[in-house]
Design a protein around this ligand. Structure first.
Ligand code: URA
Length: 206
């Protein structure tokens, strides 16, 4: 299911990121902040378990998170969303999937993967700022499913309808979270209006 997180703070920060004059430092800071805000919304329905604890005053029954959370950034742009989410959920484990997109065929090519144990019992959040063709995200979801993951969320900043459709068709069990659903993909595979190349803007490369 698609969830577009329509929140004034997220929208405002995303607008700063979209502006072509926004420099690397502000781009990264806004992405960090949006990552935290999105994490807050996305974790609303996380399962909790009852635990008995002692406060300085008395014993009581309260709740803790039931499952581990594994963040899976798709290298390299996905790394830009890790800090903000980790700040809000410091116990997350961070897997990595290295994936680059062939500029001509636009097809994803995996070159690196590393996971924590117990992927099958964790809530797995695949993160990549741009959901463009959906090819990389779909391939990354295939890869985490091969590790046993069965509770998977895809967290992106900006999505194109084309990418959303691909994920909905190939992985109907995965919830998709976006800060914005944009208009379309252009002939070069960029999201329109989008924000340009997220990796280059996060890392200050060209
Ligand atoms: N990847 C990006 O970084 N930007 C786009 O617009 C599409 C894919």
């Amino acid at each position: 299911m698609l969830h577009v997180l329509d929140h004034p703070l997220i929208t405002h920060k995303l607008t700063q990121m979209r502006k072509k004059e926004t420099k690397t430092k502000d781009f990264r800071q806004n992405l960090d902040e949006i990552g935290g805000l999105m994490a807050y919304e996305i974790t609303r329905d996380l399962p909790t378990k009852e635990v008995r604890i002692e406060t300085p005053v008395c014993g009581c029954v309260t709740k803790e998170l039931e499952k581990d959370i594994v963040l899976v950034p798709i290298l390299r742009a996905g790394l830009g969303m890790v800090n903000g989410i980790c700040n809000l959920i410091p116990t997350v484990k961070v897997a990595h999937i290295g994936m680059y997109r062939d500029e001509e065929t636009l097809q994803p090519h995996p070159y690196f993967e590393k996971y924590p144990k117990d992927m099958d019992r964790s809530i797995v959040m695949v993160v990549d700022p741009m959901l463009a063709t959906g090819g990389s995200a779909a391939a990354a979801i295939d890869m985490v499913k091969k590790q046993g993951a069965c509770d998977i969320r895809l967290i992106c900043l900006v999505g194109a309808p084309e990418g959303v459709k691909v994920i909905e068709e190939l992985h109907p069990d995965v919830d998709i979270y976006l800060a914005a659903l944009d208009d379309h993909l252009n002939e070069k595979g960029y999201i329109v209006p989008g924000l340009g190349d997220a990796g280059d803007r996060i890392f200050g490369t060209k």
